[in-house]
Design a protein around this ligand. Structure first.
Ligand SMILES: CC(C)(COP(=O)(O)OP(=O)(O)OC[C@H]1O[C@@H](n2cnc3c(N)ncnc32)[C@H](O)[C@@H]1OP(=O)(O)O)[C@@H](O)C(=O)NCCC(=O)NCCS
Length: 171
């Protein structure tokens, strides 16, 4: 990588990428509708997975799979025809895992401000050709915001230990 280029965004069609962030922007289409006339929650989850995947693969430069999605909260509905923005930020790396905070925003195309619809944490694991985990480059936070998000990811990881213990019999 060229020195000094680390935080410069590259805009590729509707995908905006820095080295640890990916943003997808598109219109919610009529085919995304649920039974109530708004965007289907499953469509939003698919977008989260896609944005997280692009962010993870852009970081580790190889194939990665979703291992965990947690804390999805739908604050507000997304409406058909709205401009949707999915912001995926890598906030923590383990040996093979990449923890990505995803925020979903939307607005009428003519409006100035986005509203936040959803937030969640999604975790990808880089895998080799044999499907087994492989190491990823470590993410080192630099800004205060990046450090805050890394601490958030670590706290969630610790909380998940109790949840996993509770759910163990169903695994
Ligand atoms: C992802 C997968 C390769 C991991 O294999 P595994 O044998 O469980 O691997 P490990 O136990 O060594 O864990 C690998 C990493 O996953 C993380 N991980 C495993 N279970 C996790 C969980 N419940 N939550 C968060 N992270 C988890 C581990 O912490 C580890 O991260 P690290 O290397 O950074 O420490 C395997 O579980 C798999 O193929 N799952 C299916 C993935 C898939 O098909 N996803 C698409 C959705 S259908």
């Amino acid at each position: 990588m060229v020195k000094g280029m680390r935080n410069i965004c590259i805009i590729v069609k509707n995908q905006i990428m820095a080295d640890h962030q990916t943003t997808l922007r598109f219109l919610a289409e009529p085919t995304d509708v649920n039974f109530g006339g708004k965007v289907h929650g499953g469509a939003v989850m698919k977008w989260i997975d896609q944005a997280g995947y692009a962010c993870a693969v852009n970081w580790c430069k190889q194939y990665a799979v979703t291992v965990y999605v947690g804390g999805i909260r739908f604050f507000k509905p997304v409406f058909i025809g709205n401009l949707v923005e999915i912001r995926a930020r890598l906030v923590y790396t383990g040996s093979s895992s990449m923890h990505i905070a995803v925020d979903v925003f939307s607005k009428k195309p003519q409006d100035a401000e986005y509203v936040k619809n959803t937030h969640c944490m999604i975790i990808f694991v880089a895998v080799g050709n044999d499907g087994q985990p492989v190491n990823v480059p470590p993410f080192v936070p630099s800004s205060d915001e990046e450090k805050r998000l890394q601490e958030y990811a670590v706290r969630l990881m610790n909380l998940r230990k109790d949840i996993e213990q509770e759910m163990k019999e169903f695994y």
